[in-house]
Design a protein around this ligand. Structure first.
Ligand code: TYM
Length: 396
């Protein structure tokens, strides 16, 4: 795979990309009826993100589901690079991950990469990103992730969990592999060059913690896929099962092109935005509509390239029939962008009001999510390295 061909990387992505082409470049598989039916046989119903193929691509999702059905120990893994407040694009995969947690009773390992964001050089100090990691946990709590079954690892503080795995992972990865997968150059700082080792290591952590082969499913945006290609290549030689993935499409920002991204705050809706501000951002959004109401009535709009429609489709309209109606009303010109935006603004404002109340209520629960309060280092790694470290600590 040539890096030049890839227009989606973990740090930069368009939103209206050709997702079918991306699958071919990345070498993952489209989600088909077969996997969907298998999922339904476990969950009984299907999340809108599956029905509408917001989650649309996978690697061995079927193998994961079959293992689950056979009673093999399974876990979920996802994460966040806490570069600022959380926006609606970030919570999209977490909503689905929570749904899987509820339906399948699974534990979630959740990585907060304050180190990645510091190395990536978005201007803040390590302490700033560390603080944001804790702040972002409020969103996990507000979305209802189960604190007893959700284990957050904050890289800069919880590295003892990961380091014994990272040491082994690092030995398997050459600089040329890293460069090809991530587009690193001679001027990339070596923190960033090392960082993928840490994101990969969490995929193997559940097996070390439980002392058995744990099948891991990673629900995350397709932009994170380069990590998993490497993780899957090296897993067998380290004695771990290949981590499996299910990939989501990227929620567009409210501007012209581009995914919803922290680097374009005016086109992103943050979970901390006052509802009135979010409504204003939506009312100013770029749409798939015509320049005037007259033209819209005559020619109709294009919901396929409209970030406002995508917000309904990917997050805010659960009813398939009503979504389809909205699609056709837009296409026919009967629905004007102003009305459509106003309706979305109302729904988003309501969501934010409730979410923010849940965030406030969750402030005292942050500790319950931290892996360090639930697993001891010795239990997380049966290797001599970890045990020696533990006994040294005990003797101090
Ligand atoms: P981060 O913080 O960039 O993104 C967190 C999660 O949100 C997804 N995402 C989006 N999904 C839909 N629409 C968007 N506009 C959008 N923008 C971001 C990302 O794909 C991701 O799933 N390096 C990672 C942190 C990480 C991680 C992981 C992520 C560590 N371990 C395991 C996923 C799985 C990062 O900076 O994510």
């Amino acid at each position: 795979m040539g890096f030049e061909e890839v227009y989606v990387t973990p740090w930069e992505a368009e939103a209206f990309v050709d997702y079918d082409k991306l699958i071919k470049i990345f070498g993952s598989k489209p989600l088909t009826e077969r996997e969907v039916e298998l999922l339904k046989s476990i969950t009984g119903e299907l999340h809108l993100m599956i029905r509408r193929r917001v989650f649309y691509s996978h690697r061995d999702f079927d193998r994961f589901l079959e293992a689950y059905k056979m009673g093999v120990k399974c876990a979920l893994y996802t994460g966040r690079g806490p570069s600022g407040h959380t926006h609606l694009g970030h919570i999209l995969p977490w909503i689905f991950t929570k749904w899987l947690q509820d339906k399948m009773g699974l534990e979630i390992f959740f990585q907060m990469t304050d180190d990645e964001k510091f190395w990536h050089g978005e201007g803040g100090s390590l302490e700033d990103y560390n603080r944001l990691a804790y702040e972002n946990i409020l969103d996990l709590a507000a979305l209802g992730l189960d604190p007893a079954k959700t284990h957050v690892i904050i890289d800069s503080e919880d590295i003892p969990f990961l380091y014994p795995i990272a040491v082994k992972v690092a030995k398997k990865i050459t600089f040329s592999i890293q460069r090809a997968a991530f587009g690193f150059t001679d001027s990339t700082n070596i923190g960033m060059i090392f960082y993928p080792v840490l994101q990969i290591s969490v995929a193997f952590l559940p097996s070390d913690i439980y002392g058995e082969r744990v099948e891991v499913l990673i629900p995350a945006g397709i932009d994170q896929d380069p990590y998993w290609r490497i993780a899957r290549d090296i897993a067998p030689s380290l004695g771990y099962p290949k981590p499996t993935q299910i990939h989501n499409k990227l929620l567009p920002g409210l501007g012209l092109g581009g995914k919803m991204s922290s680097s374009k705050p005016e086109t992103a809706i943050y979970t901390t935005d006052p509802p009135e501000l979010a409504m204003q951002k939506i009312m100013k959004a770029f749409t798939g509509g015509q320049p005037t109401a007259e033209l819209q009535k005559k020619l109709g709009g294009n919901p396929d390239t409209c970030p406002v429609f995508k917000m309904f489709e990917m997050l805010f309209e659960d009813d398939d029939k009503r979504l389809e109606e909205r699609y056709h009303l837009c296409r026919s010109g009967a629905l004007l962008c102003g009305e459509c935006k106003a309706e979305l603004a109302k729904r988003v404002a309501q969501f934010l009001k409730e979410h923010q109340a849940r965030r406030r209520a969750a402030e005292s629960t942050i500790n319950k999510y931290l892996a360090r309060h639930k697993f001891s280092i010795a239990k997380s790694n049966k290797s001599r390295v970890a045990n020696i470290t533990k006994s040294l600590i005990n003797s101090v």
